[in-house]
Design a protein around this ligand. Structure first.
Ligand code: FAD
Length: 499
């Protein structure tokens, strides 16, 4: 049985993809100082799944002597869902929850689409076949797919078709018997530069005039005409692992993706010029729930890590035994447990989509609303525990190489539990998790990866069981009026209070 390993993944990245960074087209994402270490971190995920001892945990048999990551598994029971989660969790633990768009994220999207292929069938048999075939192709090659679902807007008061330049947002500009042609940009391609393929979709509601923007497809990143404009690299600026242990390894990057009249063959087109299908692919299939469930599993791991960081801060500073400090630690750990409980709840209250058992969407959307609000508070609580210790640090590891400075560092940086070097080491990590530019991007990520609060709370509103909630109100109101109790049992018992 074979399964994709890190070497296979890295070999596939040696293609002709067009990535721009600091004004230049880069030659090779695997060796470029802006991306090499993050790329190596993704390769480690594949090595982990291919390690013989992890095969059962991480993968399942997909036939033809191959196995694929469990992210591609369609759960047919609660137990399947939990097994699949164990794989997502194990991968996240490898990167401490810092790789938001690891390959299991969009694998969850494509698997969700395939579980809901009946919905695509309703709109077009050709699209449904494309979804089915792409799922099998991606699963068998264990592809790392990133996605871009948002359109850039210049003028928010206008629809996409009314913007000053019609090629701002990616839209269908032509169509023939072999496929569609798309032109324009999509955002925000997290980990796109390091992935094999990109999935493009439209998730925001569209007006009837925006039909050309109602498109979804997936193509290799090396497709002619696809151009990626990377954001700045925190990895490139982080000079040592000791000073920036997270920025140097897990800067998954984010990119704007531009399509220069790119031809998409029909077998890769899932939605074209169909507003109802563009919306249904997310919310009538398990897709949206499945991809965001992966994000909550990852966040669960990250929260444990952050709780660990909080505790180490207090042990290092010698504040651990102070009652208010313990209560702050309790506040942080309670939130870590809350995220885990919500993941458990989504699974326990799961529902059926045909033959497939998927996480409960009401629980998922509640978790999204609460966690995007929670994350900044937890980061702030950790920083509160740290005080100035995260700032009062040597300028870089270079200071340790100067004997004159080492003497001062040793006398000023130590603590009751750690040597000077150990104390600098933990506080460097604390800063990279809570205050560095990398950490700040993470804050923005947790607040916006699934849309702003007005979007996530809209999903929570839409899926909450309002009938049950208002039914209770109605039930109580039916039991009394101006004359007193209308409840026959109360009247019979003489419990009607009005005369
Ligand atoms: C680090 C990071 C990585 C991401 N990665 C990806 C990715 O890989 N793929 C992907 O597709 N997307 C990704 N996203 C999400 C996506 O690109 C958008 O950032 C996200 O959907 C929010 O949209 P926006 O940035 O336009 O913010 P907006 O929707 O404009 O929200 C910004 C603020 O404007 C206000 N606002 C705007 N509209 C309203 C309204 N209707 N009602 C009330 N208030 C409003 C609110 O204050 C809101 O918080 C990522 C985002 C971040 C930050």
């Amino acid at each position: 049985m074979t399964i994709r390993n890190g070497r296979d993944y890295l070999a596939a990245l040696g293609d002709s993809r067009s990535i721009y960074f600091e004004g230049q087209r880069i030659d090779d994402v695997r060796t470029h100082p802006a991306f090499a270490k993050a790329t190596a971190s993704f390769a480690k995920l594949y090595d982990f799944q291919a390690s013989p001892g992890n095969l059962e945990l991480m993968s399942f048999d997909v036939g033809n002597g191959r196995r694929a990551n469990r992210a591609w598994q369609m759960p047919r029971s609660y137990d399947d869902l939990v097994k699949r989660r164990a794989a997502l969790e194990a991968w996240s633990e490898l990167n401490f929850g810092m790789l938001g768009r690891s390959p299991d994220h969009v694998a969850s999207t494509i698997t969700g689409m395939a579980m809901g292929v009946d919905v695509f069938e309703r709109f077009s048999a050709k699209s449904a076949k494309a979804v089915r075939d792409y799922y099998h192709y991606a699963r068998e090659h264990d592809l790392f797919i990133s996605y871009v679902l948002q359109s850039p807007t210049i003028d928010r008061t206008k629809r996409a078709d009314q913007q000053s330049a019609l090629d701002i947002a990616c839209a269908v500009v032509d169509e023939d018997s072999s496929g569609i042609t798309v032109r324009g940009a999509k955002t925000l391609g997290t980990s796109a530069v390091m992935s094999d393929e990109i999935f493009v979709g439209a998730i925001a509601p569209l007006a009837k005039e925006e039909e050309n923007f109602a498109v979804s497809f997936a193509i290799p990143l090396a497709t002619k005409g696809v151009q990626l404009l990377s954001r700045k690299s925190y990895e490139a600026e982080a000079r040592s692992e000791f000073d920036y242990p997270l920025s140097t390894r897990y800067d998954e990057n984010d990119a704007v993706v531009y399509f220069h009249d790119v031809k998409i063959p029909w077998d890769r087109v899932f939605v074209s010029r169909n507003i109802a299908a563009a919306r249904a692919q997310w919310h009538e299939t398990p897709t949206h729930v499945f991809q965001n469930y992966q994000s909550q599993v990852r966040l669960m791991v990250k929260m444990r890590f952050l709780a660990g960081i909080a505790r180490r801060i207090t042990e290092t500073l010698g504040t651990f035994d102070m009652p208010p400090v313990k209560s702050k630690l309790g506040y942080i750990s309670a939130h870590a447990t809350m995220v885990e409980s919500m993941v458990n709840g989504m699974e326990a209250a799961g529902r059926w989509h045909g033959d497939y058992y998927i996480p409960c969407r009401e629980h998922l959307y509640a978790a999204q609303v609460l966690t995007q609000e929670m994350y900044p508070k937890i980061i702030s609580a950790i920083r509160e525990l740290a005080g100035g210790a995260v700032i009062m640090l040597p300028s870089s590891i270079e200071d340790f190489a100067n004997p004159e400075l080492t003497k001062i560092i040793e006398s000023t940086q130590g603590s009751m539990t750690r040597s000077a070097e150990e104390r600098v080491k933990i506080f460097r990590l604390v800063w990279d998790a809570t205050g560095s530019e990398f950490a700040s991007r993470h804050l923005q990520y947790e607040m916006f990866y699934g849309g702003g609060a007005h979007i996530t709370s809209g999903h929570a509103f839409r899926t909450f069981n309002w009938d049950r909630a208002v039914g209770m109100v109605d039930r109580l109101e039916r039991t009394y009026d101006l004359k007193g109790s209308t409840d026959p049992e109360n009247i019979a018992a003489g419990l009607s209070l009005a005369s």
